[in-house]
Design a protein around this ligand. Structure first.
Ligand code: WT7
Length: 654
């Protein structure tokens, strides 16, 4: 897909968008980032990042900043040593801030917990001791499959503390998805819970682990947190209750320091092929990059702000801006377990009013949902504590931006649209709240210290007013180091398209002022409610069903979710017409194979699929159909009558 294609709808909107909002005067007057920050970063790139490393407490201070001699395999702060959990916890306690709240936890059913830095430190030490007793050694991988509960943070930091990289698998993923991740990175210990609360009722998690482990013989232990208290089968000799096993451990544990490049975690994300990529993040650079951007993009004042990332811990947003950066920065955060409409549609605003939240960070899809529910809902709450609003996960359309700023931000708060990826680990393009006059819909300019460009097919920078492909032109501290177990795929995916530049996979445009607008993916990756999904992965799930011969999946524009999954399937001859419930059967099958979030919005049963002469499915044409558009150019099709056939076929379907 060309970036012009990807941004088709967006672009025409953008051309009419001329509003611009200056930073609030008082915020600008005491802002963390000023124009001078941009100048410093531009004048001395490495010096700037050496300076940022002082945000951390090192065992051995690094004398090197960037080692790019093995490009594209980067080393940051390579001769430094540190412990991630010590940086997130102990040092704040040692500095006398042990009583500061790290998390205000709101469970979906209404239970709450206030967890101070001192308490969290103790819990993490106990969990670290438990993992050590289970034989987890430095470098061993641990899988975490949990709802949004404080123990998820404890589990992550306990792993980090002993140098065991964690891989958190989103609790909404299926047993199969969990099993493939466990196998890919060779996990031997899993941390899970009996269940979590979702839309007012307990939803079991542990059965999915039991199912997954049938195909993962190397997993020796499962630690099970009791959250819902529901009936849970425990396998003798393998499964242990967290409250018993972790609860009995000592709260003493001296953290060891590890080299800056020691692996911190692996996070799986969808690529343009069926197999998810294990994105590897390491310790020093990742913590510097996330702590710095958290402080910069949100103008964070840790002593007074109450920060809320409304994202699940199972995604990179949860890792970087709910766990690591806020804790390293000594901030106070909200953690909310459930959905925004349980038990009522004002739940988020109630939480903001209750805790006097000052910074909210969420996804445009949530904002569009709130718009649909109506502004009278947030109007019923006192949201005056808010001073900065963040957005992440997909382009924020101007309407949503303006609604967010007006109804949630009282027309005063800057809206900070942050462009980044699982791979980048940290914000890359974002307005700075005290400096940038924001434009609704634009991510604006690279964060100070980050170098991005929009280039054409040949890798030449485009001019103002032109569109192209987004690239990163200099390494950055929180960048992925590789794809777990597949260095070649790392090189091929990100560094082969253009010489010496990181290919992000997004289309972008520079406006007349040179500000950047993101236009969506240019590969076979969809973005549904800010979740990244591969068309191929869903196609594979569909063809694994005995009734399906062939499948093609496209992302179609959707008012609420940004994109929606639309599938075209050809049934096997022996499946007949598949029966009246075939669509439901296939949707449920995808949910089971991948996750309920991967369920296609629509499945269309067709006789044929449009293909190029080389046999490639022409998704662009299917997207036209899915979005009810006039068909684009069909001249490269093997048989252009296929499209008419599909259209005629579909005319008879709902
Ligand atoms: C893809 C990365 C970043 C954490 C959550 C998603 C899209 C992300 C924006 C934004 C436009 C955005 C891009 C990117 N994306 N943020 N502010 N404006 N697009 O992480 O799952 O790794 O997905 O999400 O297409 O490549 P992810």
């Amino acid at each position: 897909m060309s970036p012009q294609d990807a941004g088709h709808e967006t672009l025409s909107n953008l051309l009419h968008e001329e509003r611009q909002f200056d930073p609030p005067t008082d915020l600008a007057a005491s802002a963390n980032v000023t124009r001078a920050t941009y100048e410093q970063a531009a004048a001395d790139f490495e010096g700037f990042w050496a300076e940022q490393a002082k945000r951390l407490s090192w065992g051995t201070e690094p004398t090197q900043t960037l080692d790019w001699s093995g490009a594209p395999f980067a080393k940051w702060y390579a001769d430094g040593t540190l412990n991630a959990a010590y940086n997130a916890l102990d040092r704040h306690v040692e500095a006398g801030n042990g009583d500061r709240v790290a998390f205000f936890f709101e469970g979906e059913p209404g239970d709450t917990r206030e967890i101070t830095y001192a308490q969290l430190t103790d819990e993490v030490r106990q969990a670290a001791n438990a993992l050590l007793e289970l034989g987890v050694k430095t470098g061993d991988r641990v899988a975490i499959y949990l709802p949004m509960i404080p123990e998820a943070v404890v589990a992550m930091l306990a792993c980090a503390r002993i140098g065991a990289p964690h891989t958190v698998v989103f609790g909404g993923f299926s047993a199969d998805a969990l099993a493939s991740r466990i196998t890919d990175c060779g996990v031997e210990v899993v941390i899970t819970a009996d269940g979590g609360y979702r839309r007012g009722s307990p939803a079991a998690l542990k059965p999915a682990v039991d199912e997954a482990l049938k195909s993962c013989p190397d997993v020796r232990n499962v630690l099970v947190i009791r959250r819902t208290g529901q009936e849970t089968a425990m396998t003798e000799g393998r499964d242990l209750w967290w409250h018993e096993y972790v609860g009995k451990q000592s709260t003493e544990h001296t953290p060891e320091t590890f080299p800056a490049e020691h692996p911190l975690y692996i996070m799986y994300t969808s690529g343009s092929t069926g197999k998810p990529k294990g994105i590897l993040h390491t310790t020093g650079g990742y913590l510097v990059g996330t702590a710095y951007t958290h402080w910069a993009s949100f103008d964070l004042k840790p002593e007074t702000d109450v920060f809320w990332t409304a994202a699940d811990i199972g995604w990179v947003t949860g890792h970087s801006y709910l766990v690591y950066a806020p804790l390293v920065n000594g901030a106070t955060s909200i953690m909310y377990e459930g959905t925004p409409d349980t038990p009522h549609k004002g739940r988020w605003w109630e939480i903001i009013e209750k805790y006097r939240v000052t910074i909210l960070y969420c996804a445009p899809t949530a904002i569009r949902t709130f718009m649909k529910w109506g502004s009278d809902i947030p109007d019923g709450f006192d949201l005056s504590s808010l001073r900065v609003l963040g957005s992440v996960g997909e382009p924020i359309n101007p309407e949503a931006y303006v609604w967010y700023r007006h109804f949630i931000g009282g027309d005063e708060t800057p809206v900070i649209d942050t462009w980044w990826q699982t791979e980048t680990g940290m914000h890359m393009i974002a307005p700075m709240p005290g400096v940038t006059a924001g434009k609704p819909g634009a991510a604006m300019t690279p964060v100070p210290g980050v170098a991005v460009e929009v280039v054409d097919m040949d890798g030449n920078p485009v001019g103002n007013g032109e569109g192209g492909y987004l690239v990163v032109t200099k390494p950055w501290p929180a960048m992925l180091r590789t794809i777990w177990g597949d260095d070649q795929r790392y090189v091929d995916t990100y560094w082969s398209r253009y010489d010496g530049m990181y290919f992000a996979g997004d289309g972008a445009k520079k406006d007349e002022d040179g500000d950047i607008w993101l236009l969506g993916r240019v590969d076979d990756v969809m973005n549904v409610s800010g979740h990244r999904m591969s068309t191929t992965e869903i196609e594979s799930a569909l063809v694994s069903h005995p009734k399906v011969a062939e499948a093609a999946v496209v992302g179609a524009a959707d008012e609420t979710t940004g994109q929606a999954i639309v599938a075209f399937v050809i049934l096997r001859a022996d499946a007949g017409d598949g029966g009246p419930d075939v669509v439901k059967e296939l949707r449920d099958h995808v949910a089971k194979e991948i996750s309920p979030i991967a369920k296609p919005r629509q499945i269309m049963v067709v006789e044929e699929l449009p293909k190029t002469r080389s046999g490639k499915i022409m998704r662009r044409l299917l997207r036209d159909i899915a979005e009810n558009r006039e068909l684009g150019d069909v001249t490269t099709l093997t048989d252009s009558s296929v499209m008419n056939l599909i259209k005629e076929n579909l005319a008879g379907q709902p």
